[in-house]
Design a protein around this ligand. Structure first.
Ligand code: ZN
Length: 78
C-alpha cells in the first residue's frame, strides 16, 4: 500500500498514512487534534509523475545489453 502525506491546517501537523490508492484523496483525521487533514504532495508523487529527460539514459549506437558491459561498444555482429 502506498504512503501518503497529509497536513492538518488546524494545528499545522504533518503526518503520513498508509492507505489504499482509492482512498488517497479522502480526508484524513489528524492524529493530534482530530480535525480534517488534507493530502499533500509527497516525494513519491513527484517521482512517479514521470520522466524527467535527465533521468532517461542516453541512447547510442551500441545495443542496450552489451553497452552496459562494454562501455558503449557493441560486440554484436550486426
Ligand atoms: Zn491537527
Amino acid at each position: 500500500m502506498p504512503i501518503y502525506e497529509y497536513h492538518c491546517p488546524s494545528c499545522d501537523h504533518k503526518f503520513e498514512l498508509r492507505r489504499p490508492m482509492s482512498e488517497a484523496t479522502a480526508p484524513a483525521s489528524c492524529p493530534q487534534c482530530h480535525n480534517g487533514a488534507r493530502r499533500t504532495l509527497s516525494i513519491f508523487a513527484s517521482i512517479s509523475r514521470g520522466s524527467s529527460p535527465a533521468l532517461v539514459p542516453a541512447t547510442g549506437p551500441a545495443c542496450g545489453s552489451c553497452a552496459a558491459f562494454n562501455q558503449g561498444y557493441c560486440s554484436s555482429p550486426n
